[in-house]
Design a protein around this ligand. Structure first.
Ligand code: ZN
Length: 679
């Protein structure tokens, strides 16, 4: 190992260590957890990571009111037990599921769709809100959602509305003592208070009693709601929802665990074919409209609404006979809520818009890239299984070969896709162990998982198996982030951990980033890619072109050509007049510092760290305009660089100094002459 590599490694280590310390020093807030005794109540909470306890009798204090924790009206801890499973003549309802501790996003959606007001009070009148299970696990704001709903159902009742909290498999898991998916914060609560997490929800606790009063299913008008779904296996044995719900509450919930050797009916209800675990509807290979009709016929209903299987958005199957409402809120980034109003179903979006729920799901469907970019979190691992040896051997041929992509994060069912893969890129094809790849997803597979048919994702992996290459690939990603600040047409990229599974089932671990395919970009911005023919720089939208050329100059990159169609995409926007040059593949930029990068010998520079301005006809006015534009963006660029905490501080500062140097040139009367060609 070179000394410089050692230093980088050391810095990485220090940086990771800092991160862990920051986590450790985070001040936790959690609770309150209330245990009900005969003549008193014990309140437990965590305040700035300290355990607090207080025992109260009914007339001591009215409110539990601690900053950063849910305010609880201690005089009003009674709740109604939902005995009715069937509601009719409901004019409007909303349904949402799988909140999984993402309380803030949950609240944002409810506010955006007018279910609650900005003070988080019920504003949905006589409407119904159905939580289709899985409030627990993954995220760190579970307790907040529980208290919020505890209170909201009382508010709703006052205006003739109704909140239905249905149990999901994660509620039952926690009540049964399975804490495999809880957030570290709750491990802290449990450890600090010396209380096993499930014991915070026993039938002696208020929230435990409240949860145990909840049902697993409800019907509103002609809709059935249940977390997973009713399988044929269950429904053939028993089609009375009252009966199924009763067995669940009387026989399954009170147990600490259910074993396969209990009665066949109970084990059918509990395990993978049971109403809280079943995923049959969301896997179209094994499920069709006939089966949907059969099950709905048995239940005498028109439509079934389920959560449990994460989708890119709220989805309709078989002409709204099945509606999947788990819109991947669990990642904490985006989500939707199903809205029913005046006999019409809508997808309620975070920005307040409503889109008609169409059975073709054409309206605003996400592409697989958009899902990876906008929805999944950084724990997601992309596993690519293919004949890696063949891929490496034939890397200069650009032929597709069969592959399989799995998206997983250890906490949920992985998504598996049939794909093809080929190598792309220019020099990296020759230099890298694994050059950039293009993955082509099977369209039918995409459809089945609820994605649009835009099927290509580019993947850039660290070039070689050295630690320094991990840093280089992260830096290249950072260049894309900066470029998007300068040019709204910039391709989007996102760091991702990649596992390659070889033909021998060996696993190779890579750092990489996914990169938007130009077709995805074109759709997003309303334009088309011009793939063939000669394009000249003169045909480009001048201002955008200047920004691009200056950007390349800023990052010390000469490795591009418009007429040579080298590392430039050409996009024609919908008006058919404006042509835009979009830069990509920045591995030869001096700012990235790739070891193999050398400038082309047609330019008078020896090293990629040196700058060379590629434009020959810049006017003084244009220089002035660009100076202003780039000076206005300077803080934004700085913030992006300093926010790139996946790089060490030293690397970020190095990055910044290259950018600073660019600013010195454009802001100096003397130095900027080089840009005007009269140096
Ligand atoms: Zn679930």
């Amino acid at each position: 190992m070179k000394f410089s590599q050692f230093i980088i490694l050391l810095l990485c280590f220090l940086f990771v260590q800092n991160d862990i310390d920051a986590q450790r020093n985070r001040k936790f807030f959690d609770g309150p957890y209330i245990t009900i005794n005969d003549d008193s109540k014990d309140i437990l909470w965590i305040q700035k990571s300290k355990v607090k306890k207080e025992s109260i009798t009914s007339d001591t204090i009215e409110f539990f009111n601690v900053p950063n924790l849910p305010k609880v009206d201690l005089y009003n801890l009674d709740f109604d037990i939902d005995t009715t499973l069937s509601y009719s003549d409901v004019n409007h309802f909303a349904a949402i599921s799988d909140i999984h501790g993402q309380h803030d996003l949950f609240i944002d959606l409810l506010i955006a769709q007018g279910i609650i007001d900005s003070l988080q009070n019920w504003s949905y009148g006589d409407g119904h809100l159905v939580i289709v299970g899985d409030i627990f696990d993954r995220g760190d704001k579970v307790t907040e959602s529980l208290w919020f709903l505890f209170d909201l159902e009382k508010q709703a009742k006052k205006t003739g509305g109704k909140v239905h909290v249905l149990l999901g498999n994660h509620e039952v898991m926690v009540l049964h003592g399975d804490i495999g998916y809880i957030n570290p914060k709750y491990r802290y609560t449990s450890g600090a208070s010396r209380t096993p997490y499930p014991d915070l929800f026993t039938d002696k606790t208020l929230l435990g009693q409240w949860l145990r009063s909840k049902n697993i299913t409800v019907t509103i008008n002609d809709f059935v709601f249940v977390h997973g779904g009713f399988s044929k296996k269950v429904i053939d044995k028993e089609n009375s929802l009252n009966q199924i719900n009763k067995v669940f509450k009387d026989k399954i919930l009170p147990e600490r665990a259910i074993l396969y050797d209990t009665t066949e009916f109970i084990s059918n209800l509990y395990f993978e074919n049971g109403p809280l675990w079943y995923r049959g509807y969301a896997h179209p290979e094994g499920f069709d409209s006939e089966q949907a009709e059969y099950i709905l016929g048995k239940l005498d209903k028109e439509s079934i609404i389920v959560g449990h299987t994460s989708m890119p958005q709220v989805m309709s199957l078989f002409d709204n006979r099945v509606v999947l409402v788990d819109s991947s809120i669990k990642f904490g980034k985006s989500g939707e809520i199903l809205i029913f109003e005046d006999d019409i179903l809508y997808r309620g979006l975070l920005n307040g818009d409503r889109l008609l729920l169409d059975s073709d799901n054409k309206n605003g469907k996400r592409s697989i890239f958009d899902y990876l970019f906008e929805v999944v979190d950084s724990n997601t691992i992309l596993t690519l299984k293919t004949d890696v040896k063949h891929l490496k051997k034939t890397k200069t041929e650009k032929e597709y070969q069969p592959s399989e992509v799995t998206l997983s994060d250890d906490l949920d069912e992985p998504l598996v896709f049939e794909t093809r893969v080929k190598v792309r890129g220019n020099m990296r094809k020759k230099l890298c162990t694994l050059p950039p790849l293009k993955i082509d997803f099977n369209k039918a597979d995409l459809r089945n998982h609820g994605f649009s048919n835009k099927d290509k994702v580019k993947l850039v992996l660290q070039c070689m198996d050295f630690k320094s290459q991990v840093i280089s690939v992260k830096k290249e990603h950072l260049v894309y982030e900066l470029y998007r600040q300068i040019d709204t047409l910039g391709l989007r990229s996102k760091l991702i951990n990649v596992n390659l599974i070889t033909e021998k089932n060996d696993k190779e671990v890579y750092q990489g980033f996914i990169l938007e395919d130009e077709e995805n970009l074109a759709r997003r911005v309303g334009g088309k890619v011009i793939e063939k023919g000669i394009v000249r720089p003169e045909a480009m939208h001048r201002e955008a072109y200047l920004k691009m050329v200056f950007f390349q100059y800023m990052i010390c990159n000469t490795d591009w050509s418009v007429s040579g169609r080298h590392n430039i995409e050409t996009i024609l926007l919908d008006d058919g007049i404006r042509l835009f040059a979009v830069a990509y593949d920045f591995d030869y930029a001096g700012i990235v510092g790739q070891e193999y990068a050398v400038p082309s010998d047609i330019f008078p520079i020896m090293d990629v760290d040196q700058r060379y301005f590629r434009l020959k006809d810049l006017t003084k006015d244009e220089l002035k305009a660009m100076r202003k534009f780039y000076n206005d963006e300077r803080d934004n660029l700085n913030n992006i660089i300093q926010g790139a905490v996946y790089l060490s501080e030293k690397e970020r500062n190095r990055f910044n100094s290259v950018v600073d140097d660019f600013y010195k040139i454009i802001n100096s009367k003397r130095k900027s002459k080089v840009l005007l060609g009269d140096d």
